[in-house]
Design a protein around this ligand. Structure first.
Ligand code: RB5
Length: 147
């Protein structure tokens, strides 16, 4: 199951991703928001991040206006590596190198079509491990000492 969340700035991207998941039969849970009315992104980020951290969800996708605020909030949950992505290369690289477990995107930055394209790449790309695992371990050590 993929956990989806957005604030008003990312609502339309989330809806486009949901439509893609429906078409492809990909299991998801929508943690809101459910309209373009203004809402705060941090509580939505926390719910999606917790679902990923406790393995209720395999991966998460969070959208706000820029993808930045919602990623900062998600990264406060232990075990989360939430990455803001603005192109196909970053969508691939953040899985292959960072083992990112939440994809973050901005509704005021990219199109709905790009959001679906980056989602496909993110979900299809495996972590490469090797030297990148050492770097992930270093990030985890920082987290243990500071969060
Ligand atoms: C909301 O106006 C906006 O600040 C939010 O969607 C996001 O871009 C924050 O990083």
């Amino acid at each position: 199951m993929i956990a989806l969340g957005a604030d008003h700035g990312g609502f339309l991207l989330k809806e486009a991703i949901k439509a893609y998941f429906e078409k492809e039969g990909i299991a998801y849970r929508d943690y809101g928001t459910y309209s373009e009315d203004s809402v705060d992104y941090a509580p939505i980020a926390e719910q999606v991040a917790r679902a990923v951290a406790d393995q209720t969800a395999e991966k998460g996708i969070l959208c706000c206006g820029t993808g930045i605020g919602i990623s900062i909030a998600a990264n406060k949950v232990r075990g989360i590596r939430a990455a803001v992505v603005v192109n196909a290369f970053c969508a691939q690289a953040t899985r292959a190198h960072n083992d990112a477990n939440i994809l973050c995107m901005g509704g005021r930055v990219i199109t709905e079509q790009e959001a679906v394209e980056f989602t496909k790449i993110f979900l299809a790309t495996e972590f490469e491990g090797g030297r990148h695992q050492r770097r992930i371990d270093q990030i985890a050590a920082i987290e243990r000492e500071n969060l």
